[in-house]
Ligand binder design. Structure first.
Ligand SMILES: [Zn+2]
Length: 233
């Protein structure tokens, strides 16, 4: 953050503020993202302890207008109905997750891959990253830079590929090409506190994470101890 002689930050140089909160009993991370210029804010995966997430926003003077979902496994959306009702926010998620979200939060709009969702003066870019489940979205904050990875990438690991709809080959592509293609200094905010540190960087993960080092489908399936999928052609 740059500051002038009086110590005040120049708002134009301060990107989105990210508050990472560990909630619930499964070491889930939720994020509250706020624009320091406008006070507009977004919640990511409001799973548990919604009152705590909303208190963080309130204490910062932020107004939550958007809820971003990485996917709809229960431990990422358990508090979605409460958060949506309390804020009136519009939920943004992968198209295949809309039908799951609608009963919890009627104001839901699918994103497209690469779409930039505005948060105040900045934007958050949707990256479709299937593999854990087909509807996984990572949320990239290019101005920070930072990426919120849900259950795709953890610090030193990655999400499971044994769920309904899981696809190890798609997971390798998401990890190697999509996330691995981000600038190395991009800060990684995972969906669970499973690593040695709460966040890391893409560069650190590329160098140390066995899920990233397993750069072919065969090596990845060996690492995850799952069968190598049969070719579809
Ligand atoms: Zn999951």
């Amino acid at each position: 953050m740059l500051a002038d002689a009086a110590g005040f930050a120049d708002a134009r140089t301060v990107p989105l503020v990210i508050e990472q909160l560990e909630v619930g009993l499964l070491q889930n991370f939720c994020e509250v993202i706020g624009c320091p210029e406008t006070g507009d804010a977004a919640l990511v995966d409001p799973a548990f302890e919604v009152d705590r997430l909303l208190r963080v926003a309130r204490e910062r003077g932020w107004t939550v207008s958007t809820i971003l979902l990485t996917h709809t496994h229960d431990d990422h959306v358990a508090g979605l109905d409460e958060a949506a009702a309390a804020t009136g926010a519009v939920v943004r998620c992968h198209p295949v997750e809309v039908a799951v979200v609608e009963p919890l939060a009627p104001r839901v709009r699918a994103v497209t891959d690469g779409e930039r969702v505005r948060v105040g003066a900045f934007s958050v870019e949707a990256m479709f990253t299937p593999g854990h489940v087909p509807g996984c979205v990572c949320w990239y904050l290019p101005d920070n830079p930072a990426v919120i990875t849900g259950d795709v990438l953890f610090v030193g690991g990655c999400g499971g590929v044994g769920y309904v709809g899981s696809d190890p080959a798609a997971m390798v592509d998401s990890l190697q090409r999509r996330l691995g293609g981000l600038p190395e200094h991009t800060r990684v905010y995972p969906g669970h506190d499973y690593g040695k540190t709460p966040t890391s960087t893409i560069g650190w993960e590329l160098a140390h994470n066995p899920a990233m080092l397993a750069d072919t489908v065969e090596r990845f399936c060996d690492y995850k101890n799952v069968p190598v999928p049969m070719p579809t052609r």
